[in-house]
Design a protein around this ligand. Structure first.
Ligand code: SF4
Length: 274
């Protein structure tokens, strides 16, 4: 079960798809969360997802409630802002078992462009180290974009060698959700970056990393097709609201912006090839 508990974030990352939700209540009420958690039948895992759940003032109580409702794995996805040694320990004692961490780049300039300086580079590295030695289940989530594509392979290597991370999700630049204000900073060309992409796969392969590639077109994988998840299928990689969006009533902006070649969903889109 993935559940959103905040509609707010300390950051304003360039690639964020969630900015339109900021007008809603900042923190989902504890009572409505408890009801949703209690109603869920699949108790295998619960992840507090989207934006920065660490900002919810009642996070510890919500986690403890999840534990009492018999969820086996309790996880968070966060940019780490708000964590401290003491708070992390308190969350672990409230049965936090998994922490997924958004990561952009060890390149300070790139970090600052993507994060708009909201979480300082130094604070971020400090939090990364804190989590790396926590021995809970950890995963790094990297949105690949034009700013970091040259450093992803090197960064994954550092994350593996220096911080012992072995579990990664890579998420592609999302072509059709909304017009990005900073499209030119995010959108990359697969052919122009073929060597860098190959390096990513070589690092992943050399260290037998646990990886998951989301929303990449088949072209991205070149001859590393073992990393393309044919079973999952394209439509399972997107949310229900995105599937609705594919029923375009008008010519979509992404078509007009000529994004189709890099789009992971092009084989399912009636506009591609028109
Ligand atoms: S194939 Fe083109 S028009 Fe269709 S969703 Fe992708 S980018 Fe948009």
């Amino acid at each position: 079960m993935d559940i959103r508990i905040v509609n707010t974030c300390n950051n304003d990352c360039l690639y964020c798809l969630e900015s339109s939700l900021r007008n809603k209540d900042k923190f989902i009420s504890k009572d409505s969360l408890f009801t949703a958690i209690s109603k869920e039948e699949d108790k295998s895992n619960i992840t507090f997802f989207w934006w920065n759940p660490l900002l919810h003032p009642e996070l510890k109580e919500i986690m403890y409630h999840s534990y009492k409702e018999w969820f086996c794995w309790i996880g968070l996805l966060s940019n780490t802002q708000g964590i401290s040694k003491k708070y992390l320990w308190e969350l672990i004692t409230e049965w936090l078992s998994t922490f997924w961490i958004y990561f952009n780049s060890f390149d300070k300039k790139n970090h600052e462009i993507i994060n708009w300086w909201w979480i300082s580079y130094e604070d971020y590295l400090h939090n990364l180290k804190l989590l790396a030695v926590s021995w809970i289940n950890l995963k790094i989530i990297i949105h690949i974009n034009d700013l970091n594509i040259n450093t992803v392979a090197r960064d994954v290597l550092i994350l593996r060698e220096k911080y012992w991370f072995t579990n990664f999700d890579f998420i592609n630049y999302f072509p059709f959700d909304k017009p990005y204000l900073n499209k030119d900073l995010l959108e990359y060309n697969i052919q122009d970056n073929a060597k860098q992409i190959e390096l990513i796969f070589k690092v992943v392969k050399k260290f037998s990393l646990k990886v998951n590639f989301m929303k990449f077109s088949k072209d991205f994988f070149s001859y590393f097709t073992e990393y393309y998840n044919y079973e999952r299928g394209v439509l399972n990689q997107i949310w229900e609201e995105d599937i609705q969006r594919l029923n375009w009533k008008w010519t979509p902006f992404c078509y007009e912006e000529k994004r189709c070649e890099q789009c992971f969903i092009k084989d399912n889109c009636r506009y591609y090839g028109i």
